[in-house]
Design a protein around this ligand. Structure first.
Ligand code: SAM
Ligand code: SF4
Ligand code: SF4
Length: 339
């Protein structure tokens, strides 16, 4: 049997990763993502009937695997606010061809869910955590959520066998720069690794300013001054984090340099929004609707063909082209498209 042809976009990039936003809702209001002023009590989230069912998501994933996807990440919004998420995990973990099935969560509900997720076949977890002191963390999540419950969630995930865990941290100038050392100290030697993400101009509601971005190089220099680091080679094409290991053997950190050193040339990611549109870039202004197609009774082959057509037409490289003008484009919110 001949191997299937790899589907490449106009810049020669394969489709390898699919991020799925399982809900546009979240119980946090992180200012860089869903600021309270915009996502207030009257905010109109998607009506339930507009959100893809687990069966519909599974069909898209099967088609995406046929096009070349090997990594699937469930995200949102907060994925764990979607009821019975473990049922989706169980369905996806049975699909042959997925090497990595993972989830990004704020961990607020993780302590009660970790075992069910592990039993359903989840491979790994990423937990977002922006500070270790309650004052700063509560200011970042803006709903008064304490750090201790996130740490409880991480502990439950370890017990359930979902470790080692990746910790996502967004550093904002003047707000949580002190968390760089705090978090590095806390997670050194634990087996878990932190990914420091540059604050990005996703969506159009987070009031992004270049001055608020703490460049990844500064994060690395800060940690290196305390705990000497050395670079680690990338494991695979499309690995977005630049990794460093502690010279004393206490583990690794990573930085995601989307603003200061864009990596579009190797970007192999597609995103599925909660209402079933496929986006070929985090900063896209529009997606490709798959929900109507799914609900029109399309067969497997036609769905796969539709994904192939979308991917082969892809030419996105927003971060490489970012200018002060593009920052104001009407981009889709990250909570909707999937972070
Ligand atoms: N609610 C889950 C969580 O927070 O882990 C999953 C969705 S969230 C959109 C996914 C990731 O995107 C989080 O790690 C968050 O820190 C990151 N993120 C959100 N807005 C961002 C921004 N403006 N710049 C950089 N990262 C951002
Ligand atoms: Fe919610 Fe995650 Fe966005 Fe924070 S980053 S508001 S936890 S979706
Ligand atoms: Fe990929 Fe778009 Fe980010 Fe570039 S800007 S790395 S194309 S998601």
């Amino acid at each position: 049997m001949t191997a299937p042809l790899t589907t490449l976009d106009t810049l020669g990039r394969p489709m390898r990763d699919l991020r799925i936003s399982v809900t546009d809702r979240c119980n946090f209001r992180c200012g860089y993502c869903m600021p309270k002023e915009v996502f207030g009590p009257d905010h109109a989230f998607l009506p339930r009937t507009d959100v893809l069912t687990f069966q519909e998501i599974e069909r898209v994933v099967r088609a995406a695997v046929a096009v070349g996807v090997r990594k699937v990440r469930l995200t949102g919004g907060e994925p764990l606010v979607r009821r019975n998420l473990e049922e989706l995990v169980a369905a996806l973990s049975g699909i042959e061809g997925i090497d990595d099935l993972t989830l990004t969560t704020n961990a607020s509900l993780l302590a009660g869910k970790a075992q069910a997720l592990a039993d359903a076949g989840l491979h790994r977890l990423t937990v977002s955590l922006d500070a270790l002191d309650d004052e700063t963390f509560m200011r970042m999540n803006d709903v008064g959520f304490p750090v201790a419950r996130v740490l409880d969630g991480i502990a439950a995930a370890e017990v359930a066998g979902l470790g080692p865990i990746k910790i996502n941290t967004v550093i904002r100038r003047g707000i949580n720069e002190h968390a760089i050392d705090q978090l590095a100290d806390h997670f050194r030697g634990s087996g878990h690794s932190i990914r420091f993400i540059e604050f990005m101009d996703v969506g159009h509601s987070n009031g992004w300013r270049l001055d608020d971005v703490v460049p990844a190089a500064e994060v690395v220099a800060t940690i290196n001054a305390r705990w000497p680091l050395e670079p680690v080679d990338a494991d695979y094409r499309g690995e977005v984090a630049q990794r460093y290991r502690y010279r004393d053997g206490a583990g690794e950190i990573g930085v995601i340099t989307s603003v200061t050193q864009p990596f579009c040339g190797d970007c192999t990611r597609a995103r599925l929004s909660a209402d079933g549109s496929l986006y070929t870039c985090l900063f896209a202004t529009a997606g490709h609707d798959l929900r109507d197609l799914l609900r029109s009774g399309v067969d497997e082959t036609s769905l796969t063909d539709a994904l192939r057509v979308i991917w082969t037409g892809r030419s996105d490289r927003y971060s490489e082209l970012r200018t002060l003008d593009t920052v104001d484009l009407p981009k889709v919110e990250m909570s909707f498209i999937g972070g």
